[in-house]
Design a protein around this ligand. Structure first.
Ligand SMILES: *Cc1c(COP(=O)(O)O)cnc(C)c1O
Length: 520
């Protein structure tokens, strides 16, 4: 009998498995405490986490594939969707879908808009350039052309007139049933990158004038902005009650503080929800009818989201919103007081982009990581500068002074470096390598030369890679990160295999020697 890698011959104990998970996750960024300023949303309340965990496990084996077989999921989904709709300008009767996340909500909103206009042969999506990548992904998956429209250079808000000008309404100048190719217009509330809310009312009204639906991407802000408004923040109107808004996405696995895998997509029209659905009877098995991309799916995320909403309640969210808002105000004020740092735009939500004209932010992020804070690098695009992203949640308040102290300390540390210098030699050398034909082993062999530290090195130094990516055009960035992901899941990063590399040693050496910027 031969053994199978990754599969023990005899079953292991739960204790052994959990011990292994503990060891494995010890190298991860912390998911609690607010020092990981992206990706994770900690309510800081053990009893809420316990409710979500227990509810998730209680529904672990239920299959969301068939709501007639498991009516419990219909009840839970109606409860969750109803709560989100009622808070966001709709009611308990608003049509909606519970999805696995923001990307799936956006994917389905785009599918609904496309399928509501079956006569359009070249459907297009008009988005502010600051819109989330999920719209580009939806365009790529669903065969729509994405038209990114520049935003205001100072405020990073979408420009309604430019958005309207980018719409193809078929020249009918209005009236529903337009023959134009634009099937959906998008506004963010707020944008992830800069935390600013687009002028939703103007964009939706201009779209409606042209007979075009408007989706509000409130993935990150939908379950945050209403509580910030209650805490006194000036929040422009953005929800389903705004005339012209036809759909809205709101993630619960962000500021809903629910376990990952939970988002809600709302429609102002029941026929749009039907256009998001998918049915198939063209095979001999069970007739498929799905509300989401997934077919068989766990009910855990739905139960976890429901339990989190019930366990926190409005008062809980109100308190977390208030704390996140005061943390953000402290951070914005504190950042402006640090020599060389500033905040990009004026964030409406609790997401902050920290920019600099004089400091190497990528090096600063590496330094901050050695001091226990993860700040997320965002690259320059279309005249918008590179920056470090910070999402502040309900637990951030307790650590905001420490974060400011870390930012000040790290700014001092990197000040002698000056602004980041684009690694021109490395960019030129990369130009000599055909990234489309290089095999995974050879690509992996390149990585140490561009400064990627081996897996497990603590903490990783990313500045050299980030400077390189920031200096490259977006299409090359996409190519490189795709290659990197494949390399990460290949065996070659653990044990580089120089024999199999398509690059000669001289090429690798010259990359190393010609790139002094790797030494920081
Ligand atoms: C997070 C986010 C998304 C995508 O959500 P996922 O849950 O990561 O798929 C879309 N839009 C905005 C504004 C977001 O912040």
């Amino acid at each position: 009998m031969s053994s199978t890698p990754g599969l023990p011959e005899t079953g292991r104990t739960t204790a052994a498995l959990l011990a292994e998970l503990t060891a494995l996750t010890s190298g991860d960024l912390p998911t609690r405490g607010g020092r990981t300023a992206a990706y994770v949303y900690d309510s800081g309340r053990p009893e809420v986490r316990a409710a979500a965990t227990e509810a998730y496990l209680a529904m672990l084996e239920v299959n969301g594939l068939d709501p007639t077989a498991f009516p419990s999921i219909v009840a839970l989904e109606r409860s969750v969707v109803g709560a989100v709709a009622s808070r966001l300008g709709g009611s308990g009767a608003t049509p909606g879908i519970f999805t696995s996340g923001g990307t799936e909500s956006i994917m389905l909103a785009v599918k609904a808009a496309r399928d509501a206009r079956p006569e359009v042969t070249d459907p297009q999506l008009v988005v502010p350039v600051t819109a989330h990548a999920a719209f580009h992904k939806a365009g790529a998956y669903l065969g729509l052309r994405v038209v990114p429209v520049p935003v205001d250079r100072e405020t990073f808000r979408a420009d309604p007139a430019a958005m309207a000008a980018a719409c193809d309404d078929g020249g009918t100048g209005g009236a529903r049933g337009t023959s134009g190719s634009t099937v959906l217009v998008v506004a963010s509330a707020p944008s992830y990158a800069h935390g600013v809310v687009d002028p939703v009312a103007e964009i939706a009204a201009l779209a409606a004038d042209r007979g075009i639906p408007c989706h509000v991407d409130a993935c990150v802000g939908g379950w945050l902005l209403p509580w910030l408004a209650e805490a006194g923040a000036q929040i422009p109107r953005f929800d389903l009650s705004v005339p012209g808004v036809t759909s809205l996405s709101c993630d619960l696995h962000k500021f809903g503080y629910a376990p990952k895998g939970s988002s809600v997509l709302l429609f102002n029209d029941e026929s749009l929800r039907r256009a998001a659905y998918y049915a198939c009877a063209a095979w001999p098995g069970y007739t498929v009818v799905n509300s989401t991309v997934q077919s068989s799916k766990g009910a855990g995320p739905l139960a976890g989201a429901w339990a989190t909403l019930q366990a926190l309640g409005a008062a809980g969210y109100r308190e977390l919103g208030r704390a996140a808002l005061s943390a953000t105000r402290r951070l914005v004020k504190g950042v402006e007081a640090i020599d060389g740092l500033h905040v990009l735009g004026r964030p409406d939500a609790t997401l902050v982009a920290i920019g600099s004209d004089s400091l190497d932010l990528f090096a600063l992020a590496d330094e901050a990581r050695t001091l226990g804070f993860f700040l997320q690098p965002q690259f320059s695009l279309d005249g918008m500068p590179a920056n470090l992203h910070v999402t502040l949640t309900g637990v951030s308040q307790a650590g905001v002074d420490e974060l400011l102290a870390v930012l000040a300390e790290c700014a001092d540390r990197v000040r002698p470096l000056g602004p980041p210098t684009p690694p021109a030699d490395l960019v030129a050398l990369l130009g000599q390598v055909d990234l489309t034909t290089l095999d995974d082993a050879s690509f992996a062999a390149l990585l140490p030369a561009v400064g990627v530290t081996p897996q497990g090195a603590e903490p990783p130094r990313m500045a050299a890679v980030n400077r390189l990516l920031d200096a490259l055009p977006p299409s090359t960035r996409e190519l490189i990160v795709t290659r990197f992901l494949a390399a990460l899941y290949s065996p070659y990063l653990d044990s580089p295999q120089p024999d199999s590399t398509q690059l000669d040693g001289a090429q690798l050496d010259s990359m190393r020697l010609n790139n002094p910027s790797l030494e920081f």
